[in-house]
Write a protein that binds this ligand. Structure first.
Ligand code: PEP
Ligand code: MG
Length: 488
């Protein structure tokens, strides 16, 4: 029987695990697990099960397929996926994804083939050395993108450029440090000094995202060439498709930094296209994941052809707490009814949502055809999807297995809105009828008052006339009398 243990926050962290990394073991729920032991994770609930739980592949068929078909008829929001591999991309298509909203390119660098070249790039002393190391990665990255484009079969694909801080790529184990030193022709001490130099107190607010491309534009150049060359190759294999690569610059907070990186991208892309004599179109957009980007979205939209809201970072930077550490104190916030739910799972509509809404309006005021999406984890959360529908995004993007729930939530949001429109029309009709009835009643009352006033008025007139006649007659009698007396 499976042992069920509740994981705090979600499957990205579990404070109850006591890790003994050195001895390759951990304890959880009073049990010790060693390297090679199995546990099973339920990604939806965050439960950990002891041992291997048999699973079946998620597919859309039968009744489920019918419901999904109905959902697609009603929804306005498109549903894309966050996928970094052709396998995930293909699975997402099977589950109904209409494109990729986020490919995190850094995951590809962790592959054992590439990590060596990437570390070489990090340890390089000169730009030339960095370019030489990056040249080794370019064909591999290009092959990754080709695989993803093929899996998506002509659907739009947004590729995000390198985002994490470089310290995530350097070795920590002594043996790996020594191997890197040997490969680089450097001493172990020199490599350790480089690693030490990458240390940051707040790496998530440090040298990452587009800041990497500002300091090392050659990384963005390499990634651009890989994206465009991959698209050209796939276009040549599939002339019936229309490849329009979408390049996304992360962690932008200032239009000038976006412009700086965009110029690097455009130059590299145009060179590749010119060399291939191709007129293929491509788009350059940005993530809106720093509050300053949302606040200056009108400026940012001058340079960005699309926005994708990175609500993971936007939540962490708006609340001022890290997604990796919040699990430690959020429990007390729920217990004390300060927060109702995890803001990293369900978007905070009041604060973060206000920034999203504002950025949509500001962005579209500058560029009416600005394409808007969300690729934070919230893109697969039903109540957040409803919110994104209301603020007018074009699509949500979520992990492959959340695509069906996002499709359903998008349809429910559209139906709810339709219903509220219907209800509003009904309410307006009732209000109009009530107003017409009140006006009729007022009219009737007024006409009754008018006619009774007319009756009163005519009675008064009669009295006046009679009094007048009376006084005329009296005057006549008086005159006759005076005349008679005068004749005498
Ligand atoms: C985000 O910040 O919402 C996002 C999608 O990017 P990442 O989670 O990779 O920082
Ligand atoms: Mg982010």
């Amino acid at each position: 029987e499976a042992l069920v243990l509740l994981v705090h926050d979600d499957v990205s962290g579990c404070g109850d695990i006591v890790m003994d990394e050195k001895n390759k073991r951990f304890t959880l729920g009073g049990k010790e697990y060693r390297e090679g032991d199995y546990i099973s994770l339920d990604g939806s609930t965050g439960y950990i099960y002891d041992g291997v739980i048999p699973t079946v592949d998620a597919t859309i068929a039968g009744e489920f397929g019918r419901i999904m078909g109905w959902a697609d008829k009603y929804r306005r929001l498109k549903v894309r996926t966050n996928a970094d591999t052709p396998k995930d991309a293909a699975k997402a298509v099977e589950l109904g994804a209409q494109g990729i909203g986020l490919t995190r390119t850094e995951h590809m660098f962790f592959d054992p083939d590439r990590i060596a070249a990437f570390r070489e790039m990090i340890c390089a002393d000169t730009k030339e050395e960095r370019i030489a190391a990056l040249a080794k990665i370019e064909p591999m990255q290009r092959a990754d993108f080709e695989g993803i484009y093929e899996a998506m079969q002509d659907r739009p694909v947004t590729i995000r450029f390198l985002d994490p801080p470089l310290h995530e790529f350097v070795p920590t184990e002594e043996a790996d440090i020594r191997a890197l030193a040997d490969a680089q022709g450097k001493s172990v001490e020199q490599i350790k000094a480089i690693i030490q130099g990458l240390h940051e107190f707040n790496p998530m607010m440090g040298h990452r995202g587009c800041r990497l491309a500002v300091t090392y534009p050659e990384i963005a150049e390499m990634q651009t060439r890989a994206v465009i060359k991959a698209a050209l190759a796939v276009q040549a294999r599939h002339p019936e498709w229309t490849m329009v690569p979408e390049i996304m610059i992360p962690l932008v907070g200032e239009v000038k930094e976006l412009k700086y990186v965009k110029d690097v991208v455009v130059k590299a892309a145009d060179e590749v296209l010119a060399a291939a004599d191709s007129e293929m179109k491509y788009k350059v957009g940005t993530m809106i994941e720093i509050p300053r980007a949302a606040l200056t979205a009108d400026e940012i939209a001058k340079e960005a052809e699309f926005f994708s809201f990175g609500t993971n970072d936007l939540t962490q930077m708006t609340f001022g707490f890290s997604r990796d550490d919040a699990g430690k104190f959020l429990g007390s916030y729920y217990d004390n009814k300060i927060y109702e739910s995890d803001p990293f799972a369900r978007v905070d509509q009041i604060g973060v949502g206000k920034l999203v809404d504002m950025a949509c309006k500001l962005g579209r005021a500058t560029r009416p055809d600005l394409h808007l999406g969300v690729c934070g984890e919230h893109g697969g959360d039903p109540s957040s999807v409803e919110f994104f529908h209301k603020v007018g995004l074009d699509y949500v993007s979520c992990s492959p297995f959340r695509v069906p729930i996002a499709r359903l939530a998008a349809a429910q949001a559209a139906i709810k809105e339709e219903k509220t429109e219907e209800e509003a029309a009904k309410a307006a009709q009732v209000e109009l009828e009530a107003k017409v009835a009140a006006a009729k009643a007022a009219l009737k009352d007024a006409s009754e008052k008018l006619s009774s006033a007319a009756v009163d008025a005519s009675a008064e007139l009669k009295d006046i006339a009679q009094a007048g006649i009376k006084s005329l007659l009296a005057g006549w009698e008086e005159a006759k009398k005076t005349f008679g007396e005068n004749r005498k």
